[in-house]
Design a protein around this ligand. Structure first.
Ligand SMILES: NC(=O)c1ccc[n+]([C@@H]2O[C@H](COP(=O)([O-])OP(=O)(O)OC[C@H]3O[C@@H](n4cnc5c(N)ncnc54)[C@H](OP(=O)(O)O)[C@@H]3O)[C@@H](O)[C@H]2O)c1
Length: 266
């Protein structure tokens, strides 16, 4: 598994498993499938209501906790509510720490929420902190207000939604881009894109694998979700080939613009 070093020195897997919209009743099963397929990064959130099941699958895996990278996100707004909810998330997921905790959306009072995350980070219960769905304006406010620069901004990113100015800004500030909805939520017309199909044929891979490879080869942390064991296995089998610089350049041309969730206030 390829890894990436965050701006505080913490090393994270570049590729992982997202658990949005996975029903809590089946989350433990699919996270266990993913662990068996080789995934070690898992992404949950207070909002998904499956922190407990993700934590349980990790705790029951028989694999040392230190080999996992567990991310969750605070949905609460403001300092007091966030402080309380971080403790609740740790308790719910049965964890001594999270590897990464994000402010889920730039909700009103997001500076208070970030302050709660920063304090908990300083206490050692979060190994890294960051943000999600933050555009350049809100990111700038966080950078200007705190000693701890966000390690990650998790934003909607795929072949059709690349938002290059945002990527450039994050690169300049040492903030890693984490690509959510990397498959366009599975229903996107991207699956019929002729160039993606052509590359899939050339490399004897699926269109989904080409989409994911483009993102990890761009240096983005990438977290597809799935409740299909075949897809779970297929999605991680992208480390045995490499797209050429010309192909990466062509794929960058397929960009249609920006995420409509940037700046969403939850
Ligand atoms: N921070 C945020 O605000 C935010 C927002 C959205 C998502 N996220 C995170 O990002 C993760 C991924 O995003 P997402 O789940 O919304 O979208 P996604 O990963 O782009 O797409 C998931 C969909 O793609 C399908 N799929 C998966 N692998 C496939 C394959 N190999 N071939 C064809 N279809 C495939 C899945 O169906 P099957 O189940 O049938 O495989 C599922 O319907 C989430 O789980 C969550 O952790 C974060």
């Amino acid at each position: 598994m390829k890894t990436i070093k965050l701006n505080n020195g913490v090393v994270a897997p570049l590729f992982g498993f997202g658990t949005y919209r996975i029903n809590p009743q089946v989350t433990e099963k699919y996270v266990t499938d993913a662990i068996n397929a080789g995934y070690r990064l898992f992404d949950t959130a207070q909002y998904y209501q499956n922190e407990a099941q993700v934590g349980r699958a990790i705790n029951n895996s028989g694999i040392p906790r230190s080999e996992f990278f567990l991310t969750t996100k605070a949905r609460t707004g403001g300092y007091e509510a966030a402080k309380k909810s971080i403790e609740e998330s740790l308790e719910t997921a049965q964890q001594d720490y999270f590897d990464l905790m994000l402010v889920h959306f730039p909700m009103p009072n997001y500076l208070g929420t970030y302050r709660a995350l920063e304090e908990t980070y300083q206490e050692g219960k979060l190994r890294a902190i960051g943000i999600s769905n933050f555009g350049i304006g809100d990111m700038t406010k966080v950078i200007d207000s705190f000693a701890t620069v966000p390690a990650v901004n998790q934003i909607e990113t795929n072949v059709y939604i690349q938002d290059k100015p945002l990527t450039k800004f994050m690169n300049q500030h040492g903030i890693v881009q984490e690509a959510y909805a990397p498959l366009g939520e599975g229903t996107n017309p991207m699956f019929n894109d002729p160039y993606l199909k052509q590359l899939a044929q050339k490399y004897n891979k699926s269109v989904a694998q080409i989409m994911l490879k483009f993102l990890v080869q761009s240096g983005f942390m990438t977290i597809p979700g799935s409740t299909n064991p075949q897809h779970i296995k297929e999605n991680i089998e992208i480390f045995d080939f490499k797209l050429t610089p010309e192909e990466m350049g062509q794929l960058r041309q397929l960009d249609h613009g920006t995420s409509s969730w940037l700046g969403y206030q939850g």
